[in-house]
Design a protein around this ligand. Structure first.
Ligand code: C2E
Ligand code: CA
Ligand code: CA
Length: 495
């Protein structure tokens, strides 16, 4: 992997944890605020319900009791319908007597003070003993009816997020006395945040303690950091997989076309009567950045499957051939034969391109392969005529092995026939195809076609062909396809 991609991959890995780190104090504060306000809302909901329960009791009970602690009063004080989550104890007190649902009297001091000093009405006071509960008093001319409010529900509620993470303080509206519920070590109870809400009788302040911050910090480390590291891993692995995904052959060909990695090799066509090079076939090679040369058998069928790529390849090659041939100093004119097939005739790109380079394209000829079927022969014939009008000669390649054979010759105005290696290989053998070779040769002579023998590897083949009047030879006997430098050497020094 390139260092640049490695760097990006690492960057993607550390990005989410860095965000988690950067925003941690912001996020922790936000979470503490949210939890505290959630808690104070919950508490105020409970406190509202409690107030309703207490109000309904104080509406009905004073009319029913005699304030004498007789059997009637005790029965009412013990009536289970008044004991809810919110009320723990109900009692009465007069100057003479006091009693309660639990049978025990209650704190006389409070009652005496209230009976003596308080006007008739409601009072909410912290319980004198524990101080973490309220007692609600209703004073009338008959005496005092009181209820001790149950705070037992508050603690489980406060523990829903974590233990000892909140303290709560309730301030009575009526006589401004407060009750606070605190738990845990004082160090933990150091206040860090608070939320306030009011009910009819109480202001409720819920305060987040240091313990909540510790809890959020642990939670943050355990979940947010883990998730952010996981996310970083997912990002960088996904990136790595995208970068390293195997690209299809077509994609790599398209990229090679962009990078001009396809280059022409040249195979000489030699007149065997004087061993002189008269022309070359242009054969494409894929030159990898490391210098390796790939033969067309590995990619040409993929290129031919995509007309756009095929046309691009051909025009790039012609472009390079034009540059190369301008550097050649040779006593005789040379032709350069370019391979084309069905794909090239499907639109006018090649024709227009040849028109555009007309001044440079001297000596360029085309060989049409027979191996892929040509669909509309008349259209091909017209295309070929247009190429010929521009001065390019036309050969039929691989004659005899493909689809059209003689029918192509009748329709398309070709100048030369290239006899495929398959037939050349029959020379000096008893192969039955040798008859076909002979009939191709006599047909070609009869119609005055120029003939090129392809894939000629031996002297007897050259001699046989010469004896049949065929002197244009292409094949390893003279030379395999070579690079442009190789061609320059062959032109200069011969074989
Ligand atoms: P082709 O057009 O029939 O080209 C002749 C092939 O025979 C070339 O193979 C050449 O190297 C090989 N050859 C020539 N003489 C001999 C010989 O004496 N013995 C043997 N064994 N082989 C010989 P190459 O270069 O691998 O090309 C293969 C095919 O790829 C070509 O067959 C042609 O169909 C296609 N091709 C090559 N270049 C291009 C191109 O630029 N465009 C298109 N469309 N097709 C191309
Ligand atoms: Ca060819
Ligand atoms: Ca051929």
């Amino acid at each position: 992997m390139k260092p640049y991609f490695l760097f990006l991959s690492c960057l993607l890995f550390i990005l989410p944890p860095s965000f988690a780190l950067m925003f941690q104090s912001l996020m922790k504060n936000y979470m503490a605020e949210e939890m505290t306000s959630y808690m104070s809302e919950k508490l105020s909901d409970f406190a509202h319900s409690r107030e309703l329960a207490v109000e309904s009791m104080f509406k009905s009970l004073p009319k029913k009791i005699n304030y004498t602690c007789d059997a009637n009063d005790i029965a009412y004080l013990r009536n289970p319908k008044y004991y809810t989550l919110y009320i723990r104890m109900i009692g009465i007190a007069t100057n003479k007597i006091n009693c309660s649902s639990s049978g025990v009297g209650g704190n006389r001091e409070v009652f005496d003070n209230a009976l003596k000093n308080y006007a008739n009405g409601y009072y909410i006071l912290p319980t004198p003993s524990a101080g973490n509960e309220y007692v609600i008093l209703f004073k009338s001319s008959k005496g005092i009816l009181y209820a001790i409010l149950n705070n037992a529900w508050i603690e489980p509620l406060l523990s829903t997020v974590c233990e000892n993470c909140f303290t709560v303080r309730m301030l009575s509206h009526i006589n401004k006395s407060y009750v606070s519920i605190r738990k845990g070590d004082d160090a933990d109870n150091t206040f860090v945040d608070s939320g306030e809400l009011s009910t009819q009788h109480l202001d409720i302040t819920v305060t987040a303690t240091k313990k909540l911050f510790k809890f959020i910090s642990n939670w943050y480390v355990r979940y947010i950091y883990s998730i952010s590291i996981l996310l970083g891993g997912i990002f960088s692995i996904t990136f790595y997989l995208i970068v390293r995904r195997p690209i299809s052959h077509q994609e790599s060909i398209a990229r090679a076309l962009k990078l001009n990695e396809f280059i022409p090799y040249y195979q000489p066509i030699v007149d065997s009567s004087g061993n002189k090079i008269v022309g070359v076939e242009v054969l494409v090679r894929w030159q990898l950045p490391n210098g390796r040369i790939i033969p067309p058998s590995s990619f040409i069928s993929d290129v031919e499957a995509d007309t756009g790529m095929l046309l691009k390849l051909t025009t790039q090659l012609i472009d390079q051939v034009c540059k190369d041939k301008s550097k050649i100093k040779y006593q005789d004119p040379l032709w350069f034969s370019i391979n084309i097939g069905a794909g090239h005739f499907s639109n006018n790109v090649l024709l227009e391109y040849m028109k555009s380079i007309k001044d440079l394209s001297d000596g360029i000829s085309f060989e049409i392969t027979e191996r892929q079927p040509l669909h509309d022969l008349f259209d091909v014939a017209k295309y070929v005529d247009n190429l010929k009008l521009l001065g390019h000669s036309i050969k039929i390649d691989d004659f005899g092995v493909g689809y059209g054979g003689f029918s192509y010759l009748q329709t398309i105005n070709v100048d030369s026939i290239k006899i495929d290696k398959m037939f050349i290989d029959t020379i000096d053998t008893s192969d039955i195809k040798k008859n076909i070779l002979e009939s191709i040769i006599s047909m070609a002579h009869e119609h005055n076609y120029e003939v090129i023998a392809e894939g000629v590897e031996t002297k007897p083949q050259v001699e046989y062909l010469k004896s049949k009047g065929i002197t244009l030879i292409q094949g390893y006997y003279y030379s395999a396809p070579v690079s442009f430098d190789g061609l320059l050497k062959l032109l200069k020094y011969g074989f």
